[in-house]
Structure formats: C-alpha cells, structure tokens
Write a protein that binds this ligand. Structure first.
Ligand code: 5RP
Length: 232
C-alpha cells in the first residue's frame, strides 16, 4: 500500500468516527495523522452543521488544530467525564491489545483514555496485526538518568533506541520527557512486559494499551469496518 492509499483509508476511518460525536458531548481527541482527518471532519461539522461539543485533547498539536476550527477545547481537569475518546493507534491485535505513541503523545493519550467512558481507535488496515511488536514500542522516560534506564533495557534484550528528531536532538514529549523505542519485533506476553516497564524507575508510561479500546474503526478498501471488543 502506498502513502496515498494509506491516507485515503485513514481519512475514511476518521470521517466515519466523526459521526460518533453528537451535540453536547465531551469528546477526547487523540493525536496523529489519522486523527488529523477526524478533526478536519469535526471542524467541518462545527462550521457547516453547527455541531457543538467540548473537546479534551491528547497533545498541543491536536489542540491547535481543533481550535483553528473554533472547536471548544478545555483542560482535562475541567471536565468530570469524557463521553468518548477517538484516537489513532500504531498496531492492534485480535485481543484488542495495541501499541500507541508513534507520535510521542502516549502519556496524555493514556490519561485521556483511562478517563473516558468509551474508547474508539481509527486505523488503516495495515495496523491490524496477529502479534504486536513489529512497530517499535514507545516508552516515555524522564530525562534524568535516562541513560541508565536505556542500559537496563539493553540488558533485558529490549533493543532500546532513544528517539531523535531530524536534527539529531532528543524528541521531547508535551511533558518534556524523552521517548525510548523498544525494537522487540514480537510481543508474546504484553501484560508481563507492561508490568515490567511500569515498574522501572524513570519510566513515566509505556505505549502498551491492553484491552482498553471498545471499538476499532478500520479503514478498508471496501469501506470502513468496525471491530467491537466483547471482552471489556
Ligand atoms: C501518537 C499516537 C498515534 O495515534 C499513532 O502513532 C498513530 O498515528 P498515525 O495516525 O499518524 O498513524 O499514538 O502518539
């Protein structure tokens, strides 16, 4: 699949997901190129159809895009609940275990997700996999002592790589932390790995989102299809 085809599938999933947002809702808005299509469509509905809803965003990038359309964005601590959060994902398997954080927004994404009544992911079909792990697993790490965390990951065979930007500088998250990507290839025991990562001092959060999502809208050449998680 080339990039244009992939973008078309992402856009179709984003437009389909935008139908879930109704007047008066509080909606969590994720981060990434698929969510960008979602926010474009929500912005169109706000401007052309008079849709009114309140958004909580998972990154400053999404906040800026949403506000450019006149969508009302509030701080997560200014709402008592979030009706539904729509976000992208990097990989998802048949047990609804996924990897997120390709866009370095995993910490805010997980905070918004865990405070949402429903979670919906929008992906193109290439992200639905048998076993997660081919996509490098992002881990958000405090800069102080990050070198030691990386050495511990190396010793465990996690193949860590500190994420750098195009100029060779450390990528910083919205909380000013680093991202370390683990090149694991296959994650056979995601719950055990999640436990190990979160118990490593210096790790703030990891990109394993395990059995959290309620529905996945998959952009497919035959039209968007919905996978529903029956185990939540
Ligand atoms: C950002 C994320 C994104 O949702 C994920 O990387 C998918 O991005 P895209 O829609 O651009 O493929 O987790 O931290």
């Amino acid at each position: 699949m080339d990039k244009a085809q992939q973008d078309a599938l992402k856009k179709a999933a984003g437009i389909e997901a935008a139908k879930l947002i109704e007047n008066g809702m509080i909606a969590g808005l994720g981060t990434g190129s698929t969510v960008k299509f979602l926010v474009d469509e929500l912005g169109r509905r706000v401007q052309e159809e008079g849709l009114q809803f309140t958004g909580v965003t998972t990154s400053r990038r999404t906040q800026a895009q949403a506000e450019s359309y006149g969508i009302k964005i509030v701080d997560i601590d200014d709402v008592d609940h979030i009706d539904v959060t729509i976000d992208g994902a990097d990989e998802v398997d048949k047990n609804f275990n996924g990897i997120k954080g390709g866009g370095a927004a995993l910490l805010w994404e997980k905070i918004v997700a865990t405070n949402s009544d429903k979670i919906v992911w929008i992906v193109d079909e290439s992200k639905v996999v048998d076993t997660i792990g081919k996509f490098p697993l992002p881990v958000e790490v405090i800069p102080f002592g990050a070198g030691h965390v990386i050495k511990k990951f190396e010793a465990k065979g996690y193949k860590p790589v500190l994420r750098l930007d195009a100029e060779g500088k450390e990528v910083r998250t919205d909380e000013n932390n680093y991202v370390v990507d683990l090149h694991l290839e296959k994650i056979e025991h995601p719950f055990e790995l999640a436990e190990d990562l979160i118990n490593t001092v210096g790790v703030v959060e990891h990109g394993l989102f395990l059995n959290m999502v309620d529905k996945v809208i998959v952009g497919d050449p035959n039209g968007p299809r919905v996978l529903t998680n029956g185990n939540k």
